[in-house]
Design a protein around this ligand. Structure first.
Ligand code: NAD
Ligand code: ZN
Length: 649
């Protein structure tokens, strides 16, 4: 679920053609590998993730971002997003030409890739690849994980799109200092926060140092705690020239690579996400030059994956809301990326059975960055440890595909408890009804969410909750009904299989919430995105919750209705049903706004011209070839003015 901060960022940045919030969320949640997605959807997904990340409110971790990026690279290697510096925009700052280009870095994840890069440097020096003997000087520095900036002595700039950045000189006026031993005007560097200071004074209040860096350059007055950090000299602009480094010839570097990388990695008291290697020879640098994305003479070495071989102590079954029983591996406690790991979830019991996971098995545990660790491989299998009964209700288990499922759909405590927990968690507007409370309610005979709403303060007290707590629980329950929530969120809180937030919203765009139970699969199939199987499953599963839904719906929640498609789109316009593509720089509005408006006026808006396109609307600076290609496909090419007249016709 997007946080308020993330929503604000997306709104203020006003991205061109963003995905809907629901689509964004459901794509990030999906466990697919993205290879079946449309490349343009992936591009829009990456752009949104990038905007959030740059604004200090990331929606996903770097590994996932890099993964989606690599999928797009496979599907559409020529996609321009991949070949440019990922843009960064500070709202409320002036955009200015950068004194020098600021680029991203090429990345390597293994020593073998570094060896290849050195070969390319050699080749650039000699013009052929035979000369690998002559020494080549390499500088290695820590790769600071902060906010890239450029200081020309007068102004401080952000990296922007690599050519034009934004003027954030105000950071210096607020007390940002140049790292010790430095002065203003030393060119490219990074705004960073001392790790020891962050851990001691800030970690309690801020999730990561990234949102502090973003705050320092933002227009808004900085938080008091950040100001204290600035005053204490804990936040600095660190010019790369001043970084502690290792310098030497490439042979020594390769001979002792891990050691050198590690010692440089640990050389500063800042967040570091790799080491930077670069050639120092100006002639080589000049010859190699840069792509639009990175300097060819520079590379980042990131070892973002840590692995360990770990013994399994046992496999514990856990029954979920839907009755599926998931395996959790209990592990010999192991340190990985700074945390002690003693449990990791396994995909499903199909994997436990096929790969032989049980007490004594040796598995490979992998952790990328700070993500939840995964068991990637089973190195020494044993007889699998499979449960015969549901750990919660002791009923027998059935196989459904790769999953073991509790056969006791109606009376299994784990299923009921998790269903109730899911309801309050999905509503997301109150506190107090987490696992501990729900378990106690269950023990006192509560089985369904609507029963919770019938409880009085003394009922809670009789169940063993304290007086204050009971009072608070009543307050929270009342609040859950009065605080406004979207009706699609409310619907998805019932945990109907296949009816998550995304499909709930889509469904409600077509049918009001109180008519859902009259629908059959045929009605659902009419809606974009509901295949026959899904439609059948949804109608069937909806009926299972009908009684409970009616009880809870009657409690008068403050539901905000999803806008119906028929209300949103005006089909009675000159462009209704037409296919349009906008290209070039628009004069009378942003392209994103114009596309949105066209959709509301009933048009279908595409990204590229096909033979089904009716109109290509051209703004400023459109290449002649684009126009002649469109004409060749029989598309009508019109100017922005023509388009406006068309709308008025
Ligand atoms: N989690 C997300 O949603 C998300 C979104 C976008 C990008 N990202 C991450 O960001 C990465 C790409 O972003 P990027 O291009 O800003 O970063 P990068 O990792 O390629 O780093 C490039 C930057 O490193 C800096 N740098 C730090 N130390 C340096 C040194 N010693 N010498 C020279 N330069 C140094 C420079 O400012 C340069 O601009 C991706 O790989 C991805 O992991 C994550
Ligand atoms: Zn059970």
């Amino acid at each position: 679920m997007l946080t308020a901060k993330q929503k604000e960022v997306l709104e203020t940045l006003n991205l061109d053609n963003p995905l809907s919030e629901v689509q964004f969320e459901s794509l990030l949640k999906s466990e697919n590998d993205y290879t079946n997605e449309d490349p343009s959807v992936l591009e829009r997904l990456l752009k949104m993730a990038n905007a959030l990340y740059r604004a200090g409110a990331p929606a996903i971790d770097d590994v996932k971002y890099d993964h989606i990026r690599s999928v797009l690279e496979q599907l559409q290697p020529e996609n321009t997003y991949l070949h440019e510096v990922e843009p960064e925009a500070v709202p409320e700052a002036k955009t200015v030409q950068l004194p020098a280009r600021m680029l991203s870095t090429d990345k390597a994840y293994s020593k073998a890739e570094i060896e290849k890069w050195i070969e390319r440097l050699q080749k650039a020096r000699s013009g052929d690849d035979s000369d690998t003997a002559t020494e080549l000087e390499i500088r290695v520095t820590p790769k600071l994980d902060g906010y890239a900036a450029f200081d020309d002595g007068a102004r401080l700039y952000t990296r922007g799109d690599g050519y034009r950045g934004q003027d954030v000189t105000r950071a210096f006026n607020r007390g940002l200092q140049v790292a010790e031993g430095g002065e203003r005007g030393l060119g490219p560097g990074e705004i960073v926060i001392k790790k020891s200071y962050f851990d001691e004074y800030l970690s309690e209040f801020f999730e990561n140092s990234r949102n502090i860096q973003a705050a320092i350059i933002a227009e808004k007055k900085v938080d008091e705690r950040i100001q204290l950090a600035l005053d204490a000299g804990a936040v600095v602009f660190f010019p790369f020239q001043l970084l502690p480094d290792w310098k030497g010839d490439h042979k020594t570097l390769l001979a002792d690579f891990e050691k050198i990388a590690e010692s440089i990695w640990e050389a500063v008291d800042f967040d570091v996400d790799g080491v930077i290697l670069e050639a120092t020879d100006e002639a080589i640098k000049e010859r190699l030059g840069a792509t639009r994305h990175h300097h060819r003479w520079q590379i980042a070495y990131k070892a973002n994956v840590e692995k360990a071989e770990v013994r399994v102590l046992g496999v514990t079954p856990q029954t979920s809301r839907t009755g599926r029983v998931s395996p959790v591996a209990e592990l010999e406690p192991t340190k990985l990326s700074g945390a002690t790991i003693s449990r990791a979830t396994l995909h499903h019991y199909g994997m436990v059975k096929a790969k032989g996971v049980g007490p004594g098995a040796l598995v490979q545990l992998v952790r990328s960055g700070l993500v939840i660790p995964k068991i990637e491989d089973v190195l020494q299998p044993v007889d699998p440890q499979l449960p015969e009964h549901c750990p919660s209700c002791d009923s027998s288990l059935d196989w459904e595909g790769d999953h073991l499922v509790c056969s006791n759909r109606a009376l299994c405590p784990a299923q009921s408890e998790n269903t109730m927990i899911h309801f309050f968690k999905t509503l997301g507007n109150i506190d107090g009804f987490g696992p501990a409370t729900i378990t106690r309610l269950y023990a006192s005979g509560i089985r369904k969410v609507h029963e919770i709403y019938q409880l009085q303060q003394e009922d809670f007290e009789n169940m063993g909750f304290g007086e204050k707590t009971s009072q608070n629980l009543i307050t929270q329950l009342n609040a859950s009904r009065s605080i406004a929530i979207e009706d699609w969120r409310f619907l998805s809180a019932f945990g109907v299989v296949r009816l998550g937030p995304g499909s709930s919203e889509r469904l409600l765009e077509h049918h009001p919430i109180d008519t859902l139970f009259q629908l059959d699969a045929e009605d659902l199939v009419q809606i974009d995105g509901f295949a026959q199987v899904t439609a059948a499953a949804i109608t069937e599963n909806l009926h299972k919750i009908e009684a409970e839904f009616r009880e809870i719906y009657a409690l008068d929640f403050n539901l905000q209705k999803t806008k119906r498609v028929s209300e949103k789109v005006d089909m009675n316009t000159p462009i209704a049903g037409k296919q349009l593509v906008f290209t070039g720089t628009m004069v009378t509005g942003t392209r994103g706004d114009m596309e949105k408006q066209a959709k509301q006026l009933g048009a279908k808006v595409g990204k590229s011209v096909s033979k089904n396109t009716d109109y290509l609307v051209t703004g400023d600076k459109v290449g002649a070839k684009k126009i002649s290609d469109a004409v060749a496909k029989g598309v009508r090419v019109i100017s922005e003015d023509d388009y406006r007249s068309l709308l008025e016709s």
